[in-house]
Design a protein around this ligand. Structure first.
Ligand code: SF4
Ligand code: SF4
Length: 380
């Protein structure tokens, strides 16, 4: 008899609890509008969807507590799956791991997590996870019944993904950034297609994150919308992005970070009567990508050569990538929100002191100082 694949019975839309509606001013620790999250949770469950995804760091713990109030305290524990994540940046030593998990369990009151992930592994965090025994810890807490399935979310190259999955065959699933705009884009950090292929080669079921590219693909320019509406008049841009992701094989679910009831209704309409991508749909996406590729952008290849010599520790390629996202998708709110994250650990574009050390190392001969001024004008 064929062994059932992990997650095959889970409906293919997951509620990502990272961008929940807030009360008053937004910000990393803004108070969440729990009443609205309850209404969203009720609509989601009513329509037969059951997968929820939070993390220790989302909203400084407010997301985990919203999951408790809207979901865990109001629905039988076996009627939904809850995913949570170990914050690898805060786990400095092995002794930190258990208190961090226990904090997540206490905040959510979930008793156990159906899916538990090492959060946002890249090469550096993967090495750190090995050094502090994070994988032994996952085995231990699984034996103790505190988690059901162990995996990781991922933000690096396909080569690093292959390295981790080869070294850690016990990994049960991976969470990857996949969307149509990054599918074949070699310059994109996500490299969706190649990471997807690596995970499939290792037989790992996949949770898709950012199918709408952090909201960028929900708000497209008029030329793109004309193409979408000509093919499917009733579908939103977000619906195209969700259907593209959810049509892939080997999925546990596709997360959507819904921020209000309206977005939830749009996602539910798409996924409740899901229609898999057709060959005609793929042709439309090819046309959309042609439109997007013809928009002039900064020719930064993300080689990172400029980073070492910058006295202001400005994340130059990260800032250029966001400036490009803005040029292509025109989503100012999404770009400015992402800018706060990208510049969180270093200088902003406007901190540049024009020493031009970066320009001397840039193989693309970019006029970085001027481009940073442009980026600051848009993003700050
Ligand atoms: S010119 Fe600006 S961005 Fe370039 S190295 Fe100097 S401070 Fe950094
Ligand atoms: S050196 Fe030039 S191409 Fe490379 S990351 Fe920096 S700005 Fe981009």
């Amino acid at each position: 008899m064929k062994t059932p694949c992990l997650g095959q019975d889970i409906p293919k839309l997951g509620f990502g609890l990272m961008r929940l509606p807030t009360l008053g001013p937004t910000g990393p620790a803004a108070a969440i509008d729990v009443e609205q999250v309850m209404a969203m949770t009720d609509r989601f469950m009513e329509q037969g969807f059951t997968y929820f995804d939070t993390a220790y760091v989302y909203g400084n713990g407010n997301s985990e507590m919203a999951a408790r109030d809207a979901l865990v305290r109001r629905y039988p524990r076996n009627s939904f799956q809850l995913a949570d994540k170990m914050p690898m940046g805060l786990a400095k030593t092995q002794a930190d791991l258990r208190p961090l998990l226990e904090t997540s369990l206490a905040r959510t009151e979930a008793g156990y997590f159906d899916f538990y992930l090492l959060h946002a592994l890249d090469q550096e965090k993967y090495k750190h996870s090995e050094a502090i025994g994070a994988w032994d810890f996952l085995h231990q807490i699984k034996d103790e019944g505190l988690i059901r399935h162990a995996g990781f979310s991922f933000h690096d190259t396909p080569e690093v993904l292959d390295e981790i999955l080869t070294a850690r065959p016990e990994v049960e699933f991976v969470q990857l950034q996949i969307n149509y705009a990054d599918w074949e884009d070699e310059n994109s950090q996500a490299q969706s297609k190649r990471c997807y292929e690596v995970a499939r080669r290792h037989n790992k079921p996949i949770v898709i994150m950012e199918p709408v590219k952090g909201g960028f693909l929900a708000d497209m320019n008029q030329e793109v919308m004309k193409l979408f509406k000509a093919a499917r008049p009733n579908d939103s841009a977000a619906a195209w992005a969700l259907r593209y992701a959810a049509s892939l094989d080997g999925l546990i679910t596709v997360l959507s970070g819904m921020s209000n009831l309206e977005q939830m209704e749009d996602n539910l309409a798409t996924m409740s009567s899901f229609i898999a991508f057709t060959d005609d749909d793929r042709l439309v996406i090819d046309q959309v990508m042609d439109v997007l590729k013809n928009i002039p952008v900064i020719g930064c290849t993300d080689c990172k050569y400029c980073l070492d010599g910058c006295p202001q520790q400005i994340n130059i390629p990260g800032i250029f990538s966001l400036a490009n996202d803005y040029k292509v998708y025109g989503n100012i709110t999404g770009s400015r929100n992402a800018y706060r994250w990208v510049t969180g650990r270093g200088g902003k574009a406007s901190d540049c002191i024009e020493c031009r050390a970066c320009e001397q190392t840039c193989p693309q001969h970019l006029e970085i100082v001027d481009l940073l001024k442009e980026a600051a004008a848009i993003l700050e």
